[in-house]
Design a protein around this ligand. Structure first.
Ligand code: ZN
Ligand code: ZN
Ligand code: ZN
Length: 308
Protein backbone atom coordinates (compact mmCIF):
# COMPACT_ATOMS: atom_id res chain seq x y z
CA UNK A 1 0.00 0.00 0.00
CA UNK A 2 2.80 2.35 0.97
CA UNK A 3 4.64 1.68 -2.29
CA UNK A 4 1.41 2.24 -4.22
CA UNK A 5 0.94 5.67 -2.57
CA UNK A 6 4.53 6.56 -3.32
CA UNK A 7 4.09 5.71 -7.01
CA UNK A 8 0.90 7.76 -7.13
CA UNK A 9 2.56 10.72 -5.44
CA UNK A 10 5.55 10.58 -7.79
CA UNK A 11 3.28 10.36 -10.82
CA UNK A 12 1.25 13.33 -9.56
CA UNK A 13 4.46 15.28 -8.94
CA UNK A 14 5.66 14.59 -12.47
CA UNK A 15 2.28 15.58 -13.88
CA UNK A 16 2.38 18.92 -12.01
CA UNK A 17 5.91 19.60 -13.19
CA UNK A 18 4.84 18.84 -16.73
CA UNK A 19 1.91 21.24 -16.44
CA UNK A 20 4.22 23.87 -15.02
CA UNK A 21 6.73 23.63 -17.83
CA UNK A 22 3.85 23.62 -20.30
CA UNK A 23 2.61 26.83 -18.71
CA UNK A 24 6.10 28.30 -18.87
CA UNK A 25 6.01 27.65 -22.60
CA UNK A 26 2.84 29.71 -23.04
CA UNK A 27 3.17 32.84 -25.12
CA UNK A 28 2.83 35.98 -23.04
CA UNK A 29 2.64 39.75 -23.21
CA UNK A 30 4.81 41.91 -21.00
CA UNK A 31 4.40 45.61 -20.31
CA UNK A 32 7.67 47.40 -21.19
CA UNK A 33 6.40 50.93 -20.65
CA UNK A 34 3.30 52.70 -19.37
CA UNK A 35 3.78 56.40 -20.21
CA UNK A 36 2.18 58.76 -22.69
CA UNK A 37 4.38 59.81 -25.64
CA UNK A 38 6.14 62.70 -23.88
CA UNK A 39 7.49 60.44 -21.12
CA UNK A 40 8.37 61.38 -17.58
CA UNK A 41 10.05 63.65 -16.55
CA UNK A 42 8.20 65.66 -19.17
CA UNK A 43 9.84 68.44 -21.19
CA UNK A 44 9.28 71.76 -19.46
CA UNK A 45 7.32 70.37 -16.51
CA UNK A 46 8.29 72.02 -13.23
CA UNK A 47 5.38 70.61 -11.28
CA UNK A 48 5.56 68.09 -8.46
CA UNK A 49 4.96 65.15 -10.86
CA UNK A 50 8.35 65.58 -12.52
CA UNK A 51 10.45 66.70 -9.54
CA UNK A 52 11.74 63.26 -8.48
CA UNK A 53 11.23 61.15 -11.58
CA UNK A 54 11.36 57.36 -11.41
CA UNK A 55 13.96 56.48 -14.05
CA UNK A 56 12.49 53.01 -14.63
CA UNK A 57 9.45 54.62 -16.25
CA UNK A 58 9.23 54.15 -20.00
CA UNK A 59 6.93 55.17 -22.84
CA UNK A 60 4.07 52.77 -23.57
CA UNK A 61 5.11 49.47 -25.15
CA UNK A 62 4.30 45.77 -25.03
CA UNK A 63 6.59 42.82 -25.61
CA UNK A 64 4.93 39.76 -27.16
CA UNK A 65 6.85 36.54 -26.61
CA UNK A 66 6.44 32.99 -27.88
CA UNK A 67 8.97 30.72 -26.13
CA UNK A 68 8.06 27.71 -28.31
CA UNK A 69 8.85 29.30 -31.66
CA UNK A 70 11.56 31.39 -29.94
CA UNK A 71 10.09 34.62 -31.32
CA UNK A 72 9.64 38.02 -29.74
CA UNK A 73 7.80 41.09 -30.94
CA UNK A 74 7.29 44.66 -29.82
CA UNK A 75 4.25 46.80 -30.08
CA UNK A 76 5.41 50.35 -30.57
CA UNK A 77 8.88 51.72 -31.30
CA UNK A 78 9.02 54.35 -28.57
CA UNK A 79 11.70 56.92 -27.71
CA UNK A 80 12.77 54.23 -25.16
CA UNK A 81 13.13 51.65 -27.95
CA UNK A 82 16.80 50.87 -27.19
CA UNK A 83 16.15 49.96 -23.55
CA UNK A 84 12.90 48.17 -24.37
CA UNK A 85 14.60 46.08 -27.06
CA UNK A 86 17.18 44.87 -24.54
CA UNK A 87 14.46 44.20 -21.94
CA UNK A 88 12.70 42.12 -24.58
CA UNK A 89 15.89 40.25 -25.48
CA UNK A 90 16.50 39.43 -21.79
CA UNK A 91 13.03 37.87 -21.58
CA UNK A 92 13.93 35.32 -24.27
CA UNK A 93 17.64 34.55 -23.79
CA UNK A 94 17.41 31.52 -26.09
CA UNK A 95 16.85 33.79 -29.08
CA UNK A 96 20.02 34.79 -30.92
CA UNK A 97 18.30 37.75 -32.58
CA UNK A 98 19.24 40.96 -30.75
CA UNK A 99 16.30 42.76 -32.30
CA UNK A 100 12.58 42.07 -32.20
CA UNK A 101 11.35 39.56 -34.82
CA UNK A 102 8.72 42.13 -35.70
CA UNK A 103 7.49 45.56 -34.60
CA UNK A 104 3.82 46.51 -34.60
CA UNK A 105 2.93 50.21 -34.90
CA UNK A 106 -0.39 51.72 -33.80
CA UNK A 107 0.14 55.21 -35.28
CA UNK A 108 2.51 58.03 -36.22
CA UNK A 109 2.72 59.94 -32.94
CA UNK A 110 6.24 60.24 -31.54
CA UNK A 111 5.74 57.91 -28.59
CA UNK A 112 4.73 55.08 -30.89
CA UNK A 113 7.13 55.04 -33.86
CA UNK A 114 10.02 57.51 -33.39
CA UNK A 115 12.23 54.78 -31.89
CA UNK A 116 12.58 53.31 -35.39
CA UNK A 117 15.35 55.88 -35.90
CA UNK A 118 17.72 53.67 -33.89
CA UNK A 119 17.52 51.01 -36.63
CA UNK A 120 19.03 53.41 -39.18
CA UNK A 121 22.50 53.92 -40.58
CA UNK A 122 23.55 56.33 -37.82
CA UNK A 123 22.85 53.67 -35.17
CA UNK A 124 22.16 49.92 -35.53
CA UNK A 125 21.97 49.80 -39.35
CA UNK A 126 19.69 46.80 -39.04
CA UNK A 127 18.80 44.37 -41.80
CA UNK A 128 15.16 44.02 -42.85
CA UNK A 129 13.47 44.19 -39.45
CA UNK A 130 9.78 43.46 -40.10
CA UNK A 131 7.63 46.49 -39.24
CA UNK A 132 3.88 45.86 -39.30
CA UNK A 133 1.99 48.98 -40.35
CA UNK A 134 -1.42 50.09 -41.62
CA UNK A 135 -1.65 51.65 -45.15
CA UNK A 136 -1.30 55.35 -44.20
CA UNK A 137 1.37 54.57 -41.62
CA UNK A 138 3.25 52.59 -44.30
CA UNK A 139 3.12 55.37 -46.86
CA UNK A 140 4.08 57.94 -44.19
CA UNK A 141 7.25 55.96 -43.47
CA UNK A 142 7.99 55.34 -47.15
CA UNK A 143 7.57 58.94 -48.23
CA UNK A 144 9.05 61.05 -45.42
CA UNK A 145 12.66 61.34 -44.31
CA UNK A 146 14.35 60.13 -42.22
CA UNK A 147 12.01 57.09 -42.18
CA UNK A 148 12.12 56.68 -45.97
CA UNK A 149 15.84 55.93 -45.69
CA UNK A 150 15.09 53.01 -43.35
CA UNK A 151 12.98 51.63 -46.18
CA UNK A 152 15.36 52.41 -49.06
CA UNK A 153 18.37 50.95 -47.20
CA UNK A 154 16.29 47.94 -46.17
CA UNK A 155 16.88 48.57 -42.46
CA UNK A 156 13.20 47.82 -42.05
CA UNK A 157 10.81 45.80 -44.17
CA UNK A 158 7.24 47.00 -43.95
CA UNK A 159 4.59 44.30 -43.60
CA UNK A 160 1.21 45.73 -44.52
CA UNK A 161 -1.67 45.35 -42.07
CA UNK A 162 -5.34 45.82 -42.84
CA UNK A 163 -8.20 46.71 -40.55
CA UNK A 164 -9.84 43.68 -38.97
CA UNK A 165 -7.54 41.09 -40.58
CA UNK A 166 -5.50 38.66 -38.52
CA UNK A 167 -1.76 38.46 -39.01
CA UNK A 168 -0.16 35.17 -37.94
CA UNK A 169 3.16 35.87 -36.28
CA UNK A 170 3.98 32.40 -34.92
CA UNK A 171 2.20 29.04 -34.92
CA UNK A 172 0.40 30.04 -31.71
CA UNK A 173 0.15 33.83 -31.93
CA UNK A 174 -1.81 36.17 -34.13
CA UNK A 175 -2.50 39.90 -34.12
CA UNK A 176 -5.46 41.86 -35.49
CA UNK A 177 -5.46 45.64 -35.97
CA UNK A 178 -8.68 47.58 -35.38
CA UNK A 179 -9.11 51.21 -36.44
CA UNK A 180 -9.87 53.68 -33.67
CA UNK A 181 -10.66 57.41 -33.78
CA UNK A 182 -7.68 59.62 -32.84
CA UNK A 183 -6.02 62.84 -34.08
CA UNK A 184 -4.79 61.25 -37.31
CA UNK A 185 -2.45 63.95 -38.67
CA UNK A 186 0.05 61.61 -40.33
CA UNK A 187 -1.47 58.13 -40.17
CA UNK A 188 -4.56 56.25 -39.15
CA UNK A 189 -4.60 54.84 -35.60
CA UNK A 190 -5.25 51.26 -34.58
CA UNK A 191 -5.48 49.17 -31.48
CA UNK A 192 -4.48 45.50 -31.54
CA UNK A 193 -6.03 42.26 -30.43
CA UNK A 194 -3.25 39.81 -29.61
CA UNK A 195 -4.39 36.20 -29.44
CA UNK A 196 -2.52 33.21 -28.05
CA UNK A 197 -3.65 29.58 -27.64
CA UNK A 198 -5.70 30.39 -24.52
CA UNK A 199 -6.30 34.13 -24.17
CA UNK A 200 -7.01 37.31 -26.11
CA UNK A 201 -5.61 40.70 -25.15
CA UNK A 202 -6.87 44.06 -26.42
CA UNK A 203 -4.37 46.94 -26.57
CA UNK A 204 -5.60 50.48 -27.26
CA UNK A 205 -3.01 52.97 -26.02
CA UNK A 206 -4.56 56.00 -27.74
CA UNK A 207 -8.17 56.73 -28.61
CA UNK A 208 -10.51 59.73 -28.61
CA UNK A 209 -13.61 59.53 -26.43
CA UNK A 210 -15.23 56.06 -26.43
CA UNK A 211 -18.49 57.47 -27.83
CA UNK A 212 -16.66 58.60 -31.00
CA UNK A 213 -15.94 54.95 -31.83
CA UNK A 214 -18.41 52.89 -33.85
CA UNK A 215 -17.33 49.79 -31.93
CA UNK A 216 -18.92 49.38 -28.52
CA UNK A 217 -16.01 49.06 -26.11
CA UNK A 218 -18.18 47.41 -23.44
CA UNK A 219 -19.10 44.55 -25.82
CA UNK A 220 -15.51 44.26 -27.02
CA UNK A 221 -14.26 43.87 -23.45
CA UNK A 222 -16.64 40.92 -23.06
CA UNK A 223 -14.99 39.22 -26.08
CA UNK A 224 -11.42 39.45 -24.75
CA UNK A 225 -9.62 38.29 -21.59
CA UNK A 226 -7.57 41.41 -20.94
CA UNK A 227 -7.99 45.01 -22.12
CA UNK A 228 -5.04 47.40 -21.84
CA UNK A 229 -6.65 50.72 -22.64
CA UNK A 230 -6.04 54.46 -22.83
CA UNK A 231 -5.73 55.92 -19.33
CA UNK A 232 -3.80 59.06 -20.39
CA UNK A 233 -5.55 61.42 -17.98
CA UNK A 234 -7.27 60.53 -14.75
CA UNK A 235 -9.35 63.69 -14.74
CA UNK A 236 -9.68 67.05 -16.49
CA UNK A 237 -7.85 68.68 -13.55
CA UNK A 238 -4.51 67.53 -15.02
CA UNK A 239 -4.85 69.41 -18.26
CA UNK A 240 -4.39 72.84 -16.62
CA UNK A 241 -4.54 75.71 -19.10
CA UNK A 242 -4.74 73.50 -22.19
CA UNK A 243 -8.17 73.13 -23.75
CA UNK A 244 -9.40 69.61 -22.92
CA UNK A 245 -11.20 69.36 -26.29
CA UNK A 246 -7.77 69.48 -28.00
CA UNK A 247 -6.76 66.35 -26.07
CA UNK A 248 -9.88 64.24 -26.27
CA UNK A 249 -8.77 61.03 -24.54
CA UNK A 250 -11.36 59.17 -22.45
CA UNK A 251 -10.65 60.28 -18.88
CA UNK A 252 -10.12 57.36 -16.48
CA UNK A 253 -12.97 58.80 -14.38
CA UNK A 254 -15.30 58.63 -17.41
CA UNK A 255 -14.16 55.14 -18.39
CA UNK A 256 -14.78 53.85 -14.87
CA UNK A 257 -18.28 55.29 -15.05
CA UNK A 258 -18.87 53.68 -18.46
CA UNK A 259 -17.68 50.29 -17.16
CA UNK A 260 -19.43 50.61 -13.80
CA UNK A 261 -22.24 48.18 -14.63
CA UNK A 262 -19.84 45.41 -15.70
CA UNK A 263 -19.42 42.41 -13.39
CA UNK A 264 -16.34 42.15 -11.17
CA UNK A 265 -14.95 39.51 -13.57
CA UNK A 266 -15.25 41.87 -16.55
CA UNK A 267 -13.83 44.84 -14.62
CA UNK A 268 -10.77 42.83 -13.71
CA UNK A 269 -9.92 42.54 -17.40
CA UNK A 270 -9.45 46.31 -17.66
CA UNK A 271 -5.90 47.60 -17.23
CA UNK A 272 -5.29 51.34 -17.65
CA UNK A 273 -2.07 52.33 -19.47
CA UNK A 274 -0.45 55.25 -21.44
CA UNK A 275 -0.25 57.67 -18.51
CA UNK A 276 0.50 61.34 -18.90
CA UNK A 277 3.26 62.57 -16.54
CA UNK A 278 0.55 64.38 -14.56
CA UNK A 279 -1.54 61.24 -14.02
CA UNK A 280 -1.84 60.32 -10.31
CA UNK A 281 -2.14 56.64 -11.30
CA UNK A 282 1.65 56.67 -11.83
CA UNK A 283 1.87 56.72 -8.06
CA UNK A 284 0.47 53.44 -6.73
CA UNK A 285 -0.07 55.01 -3.32
CA UNK A 286 -2.19 57.91 -4.59
CA UNK A 287 -5.81 58.22 -3.56
CA UNK A 288 -6.81 57.94 -7.22
CA UNK A 289 -4.84 54.68 -7.69
CA UNK A 290 -6.51 53.24 -4.64
CA UNK A 291 -9.92 54.27 -5.94
CA UNK A 292 -9.31 52.60 -9.33
CA UNK A 293 -8.22 49.36 -7.64
CA UNK A 294 -11.06 49.42 -5.12
CA UNK A 295 -13.52 49.54 -8.02
CA UNK A 296 -11.94 46.35 -9.40
CA UNK A 297 -9.90 47.79 -12.29
CA UNK A 298 -6.16 47.38 -12.75
CA UNK A 299 -3.29 49.81 -13.40
CA UNK A 300 -0.46 48.80 -15.73
CA UNK A 301 3.01 48.63 -14.21
CA UNK A 302 6.30 47.94 -15.89
CA UNK A 303 7.10 44.19 -16.27
CA UNK A 304 3.47 43.17 -15.78
CA UNK A 305 3.17 39.76 -17.48
CA UNK A 306 -0.02 38.40 -18.99
CA UNK A 307 -0.12 34.81 -20.26
CA UNK A 308 -1.82 34.18 -23.55
ZN1 ZN B 1 0.35 58.06 -27.41
ZN1 ZN C 1 5.21 66.53 -14.87
ZN1 ZN D 1 -1.42 59.44 -30.31
Amino acid sequence: MKLYSLILLTAFGLFCKGQESLQNKNPFVVVLGTLQDGGSPHMGCEKECCKNPDVSRKVVSLGIIDPVSNKKFLSEATPDFVAQTSMLKALLPSSANKLPDGIFLTHAHIGHYAGLMFLGKEAMNSKAVPVYAMPKMKSFLENNGPWSQLVSLNNIQIKPLSDGNWENISPSLRVKPILVPHRDEFSETVGFIIEGPHKKLLFIPDIDKWEKWRTDIVSLIKEVDHALIDGTFFSAAEVGNRNITEIPHPLVQESMQLFDSLSAKEKEKIVFIHFNHTNPLLNEQSEEARLVKSKGFRIAGINLRIAL
